[in-house]
Design a protein. Structure first.
Ligand code: UTP
Length: 444
């Protein structure tokens, strides 16, 4: 079938007609866009999603997933040791999914470049790079870092790292690659045009498994002997990247294909996905898909039944990533304005849909104040201000535990170059580093 026949068969006669009006480079570029898409799949997706309701995304057999706070487990220190040993043997890599558009934050650029307003003015990328470096130095082995971008932010991301000399990390140990894209459709199922090109949008963070494999990065990791991949989002200002205890816990649970960090939900309305079993398989239900009767369901003591919030911090065995590179994740739909057309269909895949496919997942409970401060919105909840305050309070806590006499009312920023998760601090270190790697500030 030629390109025009393919489009006609998929109900895209308008696009076929537009292509026929073009010539030269403009035609070639649009043809390239068209050939990058699976038109049969788009047709089927439109047919399915234009008639689906919210409840269709959730099975009737939905059960909560119990979890415990890992730090309370007697094995916690043992897990930490195993994790450090695995990191020290070069068995662990970090994988950042940073292809999102960050539309809620409204920052014009990749979210990782964003300065949340700490006294150091470090970007999210720099905070992550320094945590990784600190850990790598401590365990005595470099930690490979895969960074997934999208065609919309790839160049800006790579340029930012280059301008900052890769934050002192070895360039050869970092791999940038782009995720795939999918065409947005109008409310009546026609491909959206952006000028003479297709309106292609990133295919969701679930595109990460395909992109990791297709970019050659999975093979790169395998060649390095990596066995565990720590997968995380760009916007959690408190993320303990490659947390040794988390790695050790999965290593200690040989049967599990993956592990995920879980927090108690702040309240029923909190906009995080929840971990649950659907048809006895572990997975995550997005907050927008969770019917209110489940969302608000409480236990006799008043606590939420569906309480396990998803922080988007996961750990996969490489064998699981191999399986997922060919597996098909379901598509989710958002209705958004695209190129001035209201209520368009934007399709995306979510990485947490990997869990039902893998069949096993270890929930690893963590304390929100220590590990979860997403920067999603410009103001209000989950904003740069809340992240700044949470970092300031946590680092103040670290100093108090190290017997430092902190000033009342002050918050502190401890550079990840001197402490990954509160270790290595003392009064002497405080006196030496105050004004350099420890900065004092106020909650504005
Ligand atoms: P979010 O769901 O918060 O989306 O992404 P976002 O695009 O960053 O922000 P909004 O919704 O437009 O405001 C969670 C993580 O998944 C990544 C993001 O970069 C973030 O790290 N992501 C999201 C991708 O890598 N690719 C995508 O297509 C979407």
């Amino acid at each position: 079938m030629d390109i025009i026949e393919t489009l006609n068969a998929a109900g895209q006669q308008d696009l076929a007609a537009h292509l026929e009006t073009l010539s030269g480079d403009a035609r070639k570029l649009l043809e390239r866009d068209i050939l990058s898409q699976d038109w049969e799949e788009l047709k089927a997706l439109y047919a399915e999603k234009s008639s689906a309701s919210k409840a269709d995304n959730v099975s009737a057999d939905l059960k909560p997933m119990p979890f415990r706070i890992a730090e309370d487990n007697l094995k916690y220190d043992y897990w930490k040791e195993i994790g450090e040993m695995l990191l020290g043997k070069g068995k662990v890599a970090a994988f950042l999914v940073a292809g999102g558009q960050g539309s809620r934050l409204g920052f014009d650029g990749p979210k990782g470049m964003f300065d949340i307003g700490l006294p150091s003015h470090k970007s999210l990328f720099q905070l992550q790079a320094e945590r990784l470096q600190n850990l790598a130095t401590r365990v005595g082995h470099p930690i490979p870092w895969c960074i997934m971008t999208s065609p919309l932010n790839h160049e800006a991301t790579v340029n930012f790292f280059t301008e900052h000399n890769f934050f002192g990390m070895d360039r050869d140990n970092i791999r940038f690659f782009e995720q795939g894209t999918i065409c947005a459709l109008t409310p009546d199922g026609k491909a959206v045009l952006d000028g003479d090109r297709l309106a292609l949008v990133p295919d969701g963070n679930g595109g990460c498994f395909r992109a990791l494999a297709q970019s050659g990065s999975l093979a790169w990791l395998v060649e390095k002997g990596i066995e565990y991949v720590f997968l995380y989002s760009v916007d959690n200002a408190l993320c303990r990247i490659c947390d040794p205890a988390f790695i050790g816990a999965l290593a200690d649970n040989g049967m599990m294909a993956s592990a995920s960090k879980v927090v108690h939900k702040a309240n029923a309305q909190e906009r995080v996905g929840i971990f649950a079993f659907q048809n006895n398989k572990p997975g995550v239900v997005e907050y927008s898909d969770l019917p209110e009767e489940y969302r608000d369901m409480t236990n006799p003591d008043g606590s939420l039944v569906f309480d396990g919030g998803n922080l988007a911090i996961h750990l996969f065995k490489v064998s699981a990533l191999r399986k997922l590179q060919t597996g098909k994740l379901p598509w989710h739909t958002a209705r958004k304005t695209v190129c001035g057309i209201e209520n368009c269909f934007k399709f995306e895949q979510f990485l947490f849909d990997a869990f039902p496919q893998l069949g096993t997942m270890l929930p690893f409970g963590v304390i929100r104040e220590e590990e979860f401060s997403p920067v999603k919105n410009a103001e209000g909840t989950d904003s740069p201000k809340t992240a700044r305050t949470m970092i300031g309070k946590l680092h103040r806590e670290w100093l108090v535990k190290a017997h430092v006499e902190v000033k009342p009312g002050k918050l502190y920023e401890v550079s990840p170059t001197i402490s990954y998760a509160g270790e290595g601090l003392s009064r002497r270190v405080f006196e030496r580093e105050l004004g350099r790697n420890i900065l004092e500030f106020e909650d504005a």
